[in-house]
Design a binder for this molecule. Structure first.
Ligand code: DX5
Ligand code: ZN
Length: 221
């Protein structure tokens, strides 16, 4: 597994977003994580397709859109049209999961399913064969800069074990999201995660490029 660092722009300086993304791109970030919140699924409001569109023009990195919204089906097309490469929605959101995955497949974007801390990971097992990525929340979604909830790493282990029982080898990225920093990234890697979202640990640091490189080193690259 090649580790991938996914800086979350939620903690970036929005007045200098293009520059911040270029900085982490040059430092070795593999994808840009974009946290979409609707003020309903989570108690915070953030950004929509126009931010994805703006980023599409300034980076060639894959855009990894994390939908923390109640009704993902309503907005998938807008995010695809804006330039999203991967879209993850929550198992706890409204809508028919299989139907939403069909839509993502038709659109040709990466398919991800995210799991909140209070949700048993077994709830997504039936969908694993169809997914490109699982997003394991290691905080309660809604805000950057929260403390890492390590008990969620058991879910990462369970998914790796489950995928190992599949008859055909399956490429599945496991992304950990929330509280990932230099003190928690190693346990995430050891549990079997290979995509590491980091918001405050990168953009909250004095030197986002060095923070990205350090996380990449600690993730085993
Ligand atoms: C939390 C978001 C995260 C957030 C992570 O709801 O999904 O992606 O930006 O921020 P940090 O890395 O600061 O915990
Ligand atoms: Zn996120």
């Amino acid at each position: 597994m090649t580790p991938r660092i996914a800086p979350s722009i939620l903690s970036a300086d929005f007045a200098r977003l293009a520059g911040q993304v270029r900085t982490v791109e040059e430092a070795g970030a593999a994808q840009v994580h974009i946290d979409v919140m609707d003020g309903h699924f989570v108690p915070n409001l953030t950004m929509g397709p126009i931010v994805v569109q703006a980023l599409r023009a300034v980076t060639t990195l894959p855009l990894d859109v994390h939908l923390m919204i109640t009704d993902p089906g309503k907005y998938i097309d807008s995010f695809v049209d804006a330039g999203a490469d991967h879209i993850s929605f929550h198992i706890e959101a409204n809508g028919d999961v299989a139907g939403l995955l069909d839509r993502l497949e038709e659109k040709g974007v990466g398919k991800g399913l995210a799991v909140n801390p209070e949700t048993p990971v077994e709830e997504i097992f039936d969908f694993l064969p169809r997914l490109d990525m699982v997003v394991i929340m290691t905080v309660h979604p809604g805000f950057g800069g929260q403390a890492f909830l390590s008990e969620n790493l058991a879910k990462v282990r369970k998914i790796r074990q489950k995928v190992d029982t599949f008859p055909e080898p399956k490429k599945l990225n496991i992304e950990v999201d929330g509280g990932v920093d230099r003190s928690t990234i190693v346990e995430c890697r050891e549990a079997g995660a290979d995509v590491f979202v980091a918001g405050s640990a990168i953009f909250g640091s004095k030197d986002p490029a060095e923070a990205t490189r350090e996380l990449l080193r600690l993730a085993g690259s």
